[in-house]
Ligand binder design. Structure first.
Ligand SMILES: [Zn+2]
Length: 198
């Protein structure tokens, strides 16, 4: 199966999700979604599968024929933007803190950032959104096994559960599809580019 993902829009062209190509084709096949192309033309499964497939098109083999890869689909009966929880992951902690040490305020490359437990595990701190922050190696070693207060250090801001952003679902590889950019919020988009530069 072809690599990468498909962007899922609701009927107002708002991106709500990212899914596998296989699942996207399945949704279209069942009539739950339609495919959107570069020219914003909308296709059901039949009309999409009748499109000719040229050498330059990304393609996927179905049992009977080869079709173009759908990179954007639109759900047919769903207009709400779902509320979601942001996955608690290392990657998303970097995104929330913008690769910035929460003690000295400097931005670093990811390989030079540690994830710091604000209240150390040894003092009963938890591993969750409200107790972990990005920290540079220098600040991290200065702080050692102490709380910020004990170490005489201050946090830039109190760590919290971040707001959901579709970007937290999108893998760096998938960020390259030009076809997706038009649907993305410019604020998110700026954030995304910032992230790529580092
Ligand atoms: Zn620092």
């Amino acid at each position: 199966m072809i690599e990468g993902s498909t962007l899922v829009l609701n009927r107002s062209y708002v991106p709500v999700h990212v899914t596998s190509i296989k699942r996207a084709i399945c949704l279209v096949f069942k009539g739950l979604a339609k495919i959107v192309d570069q020219q914003y033309q909308v296709y059901d499964f039949k009309s999409w599968s009748e499109l000719s497939v040229s050498k330059n098109d990304e393609q996927v083999s179905m049992t009977e024929k080869v079709i173009r890869v759908p990179r954007v689909i639109m759900l047919q009966c769903y207009n709400k933007v779902p509320r979601r929880n942001v996955r608690f992951s290392r990657e998303n902690i970097y995104l929330r803190d913008n690769n910035t040490c929460q003690y000295c305020g400097h931005a670093f490359k990811r390989q030079n950032i540690n994830i710091d437990h604000v209240i150390p595990l040894s003092q009963g701190g938890e591993t969750d959104w409200t107790n972990v922050v990005c920290s540079c190696i220098a600040c991290n070693s200065k702080k050692g096994g102490r709380t910020p207060q004990q170490a005489g250090m201050t946090l830039l801001r109190r760590p919290a559960v971040p707001q959901y952003s579709l970007f937290m679902e999108i893998s760096p590889k998938d960020r390259l599809y030009d076809l997706w950019h038009v649907y993305m919020n410019p604020v998110d988009f700026a954030y995304w580019n910032l992230d790529l530069k580092k």
